[in-house]
Design a binder for this molecule. Structure first.
Ligand code: ATP
Length: 294
């Protein structure tokens, strides 16, 4: 019996390894059978233009942990042109609104609509092409400026469209000053360019993909006066060709918005023009009285 114990132990070990292996295989199969972005959902239709709001949140509830909602019945509509500013204290849910608009998450209740259609019926790639996102920090790829601008834009961008977008984003002079113009390498993470220039390159890249709406998280970092002015001009130009929603950290941006949404505790606490809100909303009045970034 003693000399059988070692082989029997080895057989037990082998059986156990096979069982573990089959458990792991079962879990792998479970993961593989989950719906992927591409599988989900059925009844997909292309993004189309329509006369109503380009982007709409209808009574949207969402929590990263569904038992603790971060957005609590958010409703608003973004017209197809113009500039909407989101303001509100840290943790109010502004970035979460962007995350749902981009479909990084789905609402727990309510719906997000693009061109009047529930976004769940649009393929993710088309949705993300229609809803451009420009984040605060815009690291660039280590290639030429041209490659960075055309990344994601598709092959059909003409030189005249490129020039027009560079002019809109105040980059014409920046490009002219670079040693090899658009073919100048931007350096690792775009270090050849300033933060303000990088963000305008990201806006230009976004525009070249011809989105219906651009979501922009305005930089909180200090911009020099020229960059600040150039960003303000770029935002005006963008809002003339598509819808622009900005998480605003500068009062100059808020003042130039067509509409301002005050987000507090996951709800739209107030909505109106700058002038209207000054009259009706206490939080907004306080915000306006202490301009963080005049
Ligand atoms: P800020 O101006 O500071 O960026 P915000 O208004 O954009 O704030 P959100 O970033 O949307 O607010 O955060 C809303 C709430 O959701 C906060 O309580 C935050 O801690 C939480 N939260 C944000 N992102 C996540 C995440 N990925 N996982 C879990 N909780 C998150």
């Amino acid at each position: 019996m003693t000399y059988l114990s070692a082989p029997i132990y080895e057989i037990f070990q082998a059986v156990s390894a096979v069982q573990q292996g089959s458990g792991a295989l079962h879990r792998i199969n479970e993961v593989l059978s989950l719906p992927t972005e591409r599988d989900h959902p059925v009844g997909i239709v292309p993004v189309q233009r329509h006369a109503g709001p380009v982007l709409e949140f209808r009574d949207v509830w969402f929590g990263y942990d569904p038992s603790r909602p971060v957005l609590r019945g958010i409703s608003f509509a973004v017209p197809s042109r113009g500039h909407i500013a989101l303001v509100g204290p840290s943790g109010a849910g502004k970035s979460t609104i962007f995350a749902l608009a981009e479909r990084f998450y789905e609402p727990d209740r309510g719906a997000v609509l693009l061109n009047g259609r529930d976004v769940r019926f649009t393929p993710y790639d088309r949705h993300r092409a229609a809803v451009g996102l420009v984040e605060q920090d815009c690291p660039l790829l280590a290639g030429s400026l041209r490659e960075n601008l055309l990344y994601g834009a598709g092959p059909a961008v003409s030189e005249s469209e490129l020039s027009r977008v560079l002019a809109m984003t105040g980059l014409t002079g920046v490009v002219a000053a670079l040693p090899r113009g658009l073919d100048t390498p931007v350096g690792e993470r775009g270090r050849q360019l300033s933060g303000g220039q990088r963000q305008r390159v990201a806006i230009a890249r976004c525009l070249l993909a011809r989105p219906r709406v651009i979501l922009l998280d305005e930089p909180t970092a200090h911009l020099d006066a020229d960059s600040e002015r150039a960003l303000a001009v770029a935002l005006r130009e963008v809002a003339a060709v598509c819808a622009l929603v900005v998480i605003a950290h500068r009062f100059s941006t808020v003042r130039s918005a067509d509409r301002v949404l005050v987000i507090e505790g996951g709800v739209v606490a107030a909505e109106g023009t700058h002038e209207e809100l000054l009259h009706v909303d206490e939080y907004y009045r306080r915000l306006a009285a202490q301009p963080l970034h005049p």
